[in-house]
Design a protein around this ligand. Structure first.
Ligand code: ASP
Length: 676
């Protein structure tokens, strides 16, 4: 930032206040430019020339022209010393104005300083530029000049130059805003969503959406141009699919008949394989009526893929290549192949099927250490047929965790898992009064230290019970402890690290949550059983593994897929006999499988989640232009909205209002009041 703004020519120039956002902008701009760059280019402050070069879309070999077909000659963010003397026309928003001498103009590309002319002859231009409120849209024409010596702003990519304005036009004036369009101004998410079009002006949203667009473009290139995939759109008006997520229902004009929005294009993509398309891909919108969570939305986007004549390894290599190719250049390149764990290994070591492998603290089975224990609840657990004792070691736990942290960890395990968890301190010099410390024999202590590689200051969390339950609780506590340790300043999960992992060999079925006596598909009912377990389908189906694979990134599931069943008989048996589904609903698919369906498989990547992790955004809503609120509402337009009864008539629908909904009924014609 310039230290002093004294101009011999214009008189007063002053320090830019931090509120100008130039720091944030330069950071954003260089991230964006790096994001745009080709695999060979890494730049921070590009000149127009180098910026243009970095904007090459590699396989097309073309440079995007940002100012074609429009009223400007250049973008605000691209001007550099190499443009000195050029006559330019710029269009943008007034970011701020200082002392009626400078104005900073912003467009999607960055900020540029405009010098407001002070001469009498330029009174009309000065009036426009001095009177237009902040965030008004203006067009200015003038000359690119150097800033006076010593007044360059190295933190601003355009900081060496400014625009000496000759003409200006107010394209649209801005009324009083509900919030300032500056990234550092805090606003609630509800307000941001209500005025999403203003929120989108922020540097962060611009960066997220542009990075998303660029990654999707690279994915298209990789799939279609390099590997012969065909981009095919599938319908969004469809019918119910048995099993899986809850679907949104769409009324039709036929009495009692409804469409459903597809939870994914699963059936269509398989039918495309039967249709001989061989390699399908789509940036597909999917719908699940499940409410929002930080990483879920009722409508979301998948990179949806299906291939004929492929096996699990083929799909895995394809996806690794796809991610490597589309990975932003400002991040460390991805190393492939990604590591892989079986579902059973993931559960045993991390207590979950989506392990965060950026840090250790793995679950260890210590049952053998305590075979002869005197500790009651451990003895109890081991006397049961499936009983185990498990533990995790929190490195330097005694240094970073307080006694009340350990208490809240124990309470969490008791409240959420009905599971007792004990902290032990095998090597700590401090006396933590562990309730079991006295009952652990010396040789048990030494064996524990050896097995778990315990060091001074480590805390061990120990639990006992059935394998899956003990692993699940410790898996959850592993993440809770990581959060706690990081809140205390220990860096466990490097924010620059992207830890991909394949999880394979899932069970084909899981017991239904609401009725554990029945089975449901772990992935979806079209997933093929593992060839080595086929016979178990007819005897012990719950033991059958599947050809289902998930892709996990930093502890989030970002993709999942499977090799499909292409034998109609087997598909019918699984649907009707094992899953107790109505096969009539899928008769079209079953018939298609009978008409020469090729072996096939596929996967879908959750695009929103992937981009959220790549950009480090706090929620997937930050990488979606117009997301729904937590309760599934569009806070900007107030969707879903009521319809008057006469508009429902053609659909043969009548609202049956719940008893306490008088207020809602009368709000039919009321003005909109957003969720807070
Ligand atoms: N359609 C599946 C899903 O949405 C992905 C797949 O099996 O390809 O999870």
């Amino acid at each position: 930032m310039r230290s002093a703004w004294i101009s011999a020519k214009l008189g007063i120039r002053e320090r830019l206040s931090p509120s100008c956002g130039s720091n944030m902008l330069s950071c954003w701009l260089s991230r964006l430019c790096r994001g745009f760059s080709t695999p060979t280019g890494r730049i921070t402050h590009p000149s127009r020339d180098s910026l243009s070069r970095t904007l090459v879309l590699s396989s097309q070999g073309r440079i995007p022209e940002f100012s074609s077909f429009v009223a400007r000659t250049n973008t605000c963010g691209e001007l550099r010393s190499s443009h000195l003397g050029q006559e330019v026309t710029l269009c943008g928003w007034i970011q701020y104005r200082r002392q009626n001498i400078f104005l900073v103009l912003r467009d999607f590309h960055g900020l540029v300083q405009v010098v407001i002319p002070q001469e009498e002859s330029a009174a009309a231009v000065r009036k426009i530029l001095c009177e237009a409120p902040v965030e008004s849209v203006v067009q200015v024409s003038g000359t690119v000049i150097s800033r006076p010596p010593g007044q360059e702003n190295p933190k601003m990519p355009t900081g060496e130059i400014e625009i000496k304005v000759k003409t200006a036009e107010l394209l649209n004036s801005c009324k009083k805003l509900p919030f300032e369009v500056k990234d550092f101004v805090k606003k609630t998410e509800a307000l941001r969503l209500q005025y999403r079009y203003l929120d989108l002006r922020s540097f962060q949203m611009q960066y997220n959406l542009r990075l998303r667009s660029q990654m999707v473009m690279k994915m298209r290139e990789y799939l279609c141009n390099l590997h012969g995939f065909v981009d095919i759109e599938t319908p969004t008006l469809f019918k119910r699919t048995p099993g899986g997520a809850k679907e949104f229902v769409i009324p039709s004009r036929e009495p009692g008949k409804f469409y459903c929005l597809p939870q994914s294009p699963q059936q269509f993509k398989q039918l495309l394989m039967v249709g001989g398309l061989d390699r399908y891909f789509q940036v597909a919108r999917c719908y699940r009526d499940e409410g929002s969570r930080p990483d879920r939305q009722p409508e979301f986007t998948q990179i949806d893929i299906e291939m004929s004549f492929v096996d699990q390894t083929g799909i895995q290599r394809l996806i690794e290549g796809l991610l490597q190719y589309s990975w932003p250049n400002d991040k460390d390149p991805l190393v492939v192949p990604f590591p892989s764990l079986t579902f059973a290994e993931a559960l045993a070591s991390y207590g979950t099927d989506k392990p965060d492998t950026r840090f250790g603290m793995k679950i260890i089975d210590i049952s053998d250490v305590f075979r002869n224990t005197e500790v009651g609840f451990l003895q109890d657990a081991l006397s049961k047929p499936q009983g185990t004792i498990k533990a995790i070691c929190i490195s330097e736990g005694t240094k970073y965790l307080k006694r009340k942290d350990l208490e809240s960890i124990r309470k969490f395990a008791a409240d959420h898992f009905n599971q007792e968890v004990l902290p032990v301190f095998p090597k700590a010099s401090r006396n933590w009064n562990s309730p079991v410390a006295q009952s652990i024999l010396e040789e048990q202590g030494s064996e524990l230290i050896r097995l778990m590689e315990i060091r001074e200051d480590d805390v061990v969390l120990l639990t006992a019970g059935e394998h899956k339950k003990a692993c699940s609780v410790l898996g959850k506590l592993r993440l809770e402890c990581a959060d706690l340790l990081e809140a205390r300043g220990l860096v466990l999960r490097d924010p620059a690290l992207f830890s991909f992992l394949w999880v394979v060999d899932f069970p084909l079925f899981l017991p239904k949550e609401e009725n554990p006596g029945e089975l449901e598909s772990a992935h979806h009912p079209f997933t093929a059983p593992h060839p080595s377990d086929i016979q178990l389908l007819y005897t012990e189906p719950e033991k059958v593994r599947s050809l289902h694979y998930d892709l996990v990134l930093n502890g989030s599931e970002i993709g999942g897929g499977s090799i499909r069943i292409h034998d109609a008989e087997l598909q019918r048996y699984i649907l009707a006999t094992l899953l107790k589904e109505d096969v009539k609903l899928l008769s079209h698919l079953l018939q298609a499988l009978d008409f020469g369906a090729p072996p096939h498989g596929g996967i879908a990547l959750g695009l929103d989640r992937l981009i959220c992790l790549v950009t480090g955004a706090p929620s997937i809503r930050d990488v979606i232009a117009f997301p729904k609120s937590f309760r599934g509402h569009d806070l900007m337009s107030n969707a879903p909205d009521s319809l008057p009864p006469e508009e429902l008539k053609p659909y043969h629908i009548q609202v049956s209002w719940p008893a306490d909904s008088e207020a809602e009924k009368s709000s039919l014609n009321q003005p909109y009041c957003p969720e807070s």
